[in-house]
Design a protein around this ligand. Structure first.
Ligand SMILES: *Cc1c(COP(=O)(O)O)cnc(C)c1O
Length: 333
């Protein structure tokens, strides 16, 4: 594999602005709140970008809305097929219902029942098949071929990346002095889009990607300098599980160049972050959404600036699980 690093030619900052205009009627412009507890702990100014209160409970609505709004009339009539660990599927189902586009979501066996139920409630057809995301994705492609459905990637697509990148524009507006962004990192659509927006404004803004120790596919790939397959294992950060795809076209190249520091968390550290979010900030945050908070809580970031934005990416957590974490009853499985 070539060691030359080049950014993909799309998306660009211009695409992120276009996405913002396109999706504005469908999404919340989410709040950025100061975290007194994390500011005191770190001695810096820490702010939380609350995508857990986004419609559908996660930022994925931004990319999904941008992608589906770009379908041609003919593609809208055919419908779409996607693969998801829950939040992306929910977002695509939500947008599909609004635009009257039929949606099929292929999910691997690991996906949690409450996430499947939410997608079904939005009218999506769910197909549970495959031991991991990669198998489910193969199935989705086959199904798409057979039934003439348009495949929609959960992260490796310029329209998806540009949609998620709208968070970066909002951060720059609400906190112009921002010097560090801490972002959950899985397939890299979220981080790729945000980093593109932020570094287009000021290349010195630091980006910190965070994932779980159990199979951090993008982080291992960045460290190796090529796409590394990972074993998908259960994690509290279920929305971060999954590989980045051997055929990755966009997000690996973006994140490889634009991510300054990578951090991983143990399951116990993720649980502590979820508990902290609830007790100190009164926020319901899912495991994958809490890893940025966890990175600060556990002093994992080597190079912290003065004005830090943490992306709290989602709040779709099983309430029984959250209760057990808050009660201190949760034990690592
Ligand atoms: C999908 C997701 C992520 C990771 O986003 P990528 O674009 O795959 O890196 C983070 N947090 C939540 C809540 C998610 O649903």
């Amino acid at each position: 594999m070539s060691s030359q690093i080049r950014l993909p030619s799309e998306p660009t900052l211009r695409d992120i602005y276009a996405a913002r205009r396109r999706i504005a009627p469908m999404i919340q412009r989410t709040p950025l709140i100061r975290s007194e507890a994390l500011s005191t702990r770190t001695g810096r100014n820490v702010f939380l970008k609350l995508e857990n209160v986004q419609q559908t409970g996660a930022f994925k609505l931004r990319g999904a809305a941008n992608r589906l709004l770009r379908l041609s009339d003919e593609e809208r009539r055919r419908g779409v097929v996607t693969v998801s660990t829950g939040n992306h599927g929910r977002a695509v189902a939500y947008v599909g219902r609004q635009l009257d586009v039929s949606v099929v979501v292929c999910v691997p066996d690991l996906v949690l029942p409450h996430k499947i139920a939410a997608m079904q409630a939005l009218g999506a057809r769910i197909v549970v098949q495959g031991r991991d995301q990669e198998e489910a994705e193969l199935h989705a492609l086959e199904l798409g071929e057979r039934e003439g459905l348009v495949p929609v990637s959960p992260f490796d697509d310029p329209d998806i990346i540009a949609g998620q990148g709208t968070i970066g524009l909002e951060l720059l507006e609400d906190l112009p002095q921002l010097d560090t962004a801490i972002v959950p990192l899985s397939g890299g659509g979220l981080m790729g889009g945000i980093a593109l927006a932020l570094k287009s404004a000021d290349a010195s803004i630091r980006t910190v990607g965070v994932a779980m120790e159990r199979g951090p596919a993008m982080i291992e790939s960045i460290r190796a300098g090529h796409v590394v397959p990972v074993d998908e294992r259960p994690s509290l950060a279920d929305s971060l599980i999954g590989g980045i795809g051997q055929e990755n076209r966009y997000t690996f190249a973006l994140n490889r160049v634009l991510v300054d520091e990578c951090v991983t968390l143990s399951e116990g550290e993720i649980a502590a972050a979820m508990r902290f979010a609830f007790e100190q900030e009164h926020l319901v945050v899912e495991g994958g959404g809490s890893v940025g908070i966890g990175a600060l809580l556990h002093d994992k970031v080597a190079d912290l600036g003065e004005h830090i934005a943490v992306v709290v990416s989602g709040g779709n957590v099983d309430i029984i699980l959250l209760k057990s974490i808050i009660n201190g009853e949760w034990r690592e499985g």
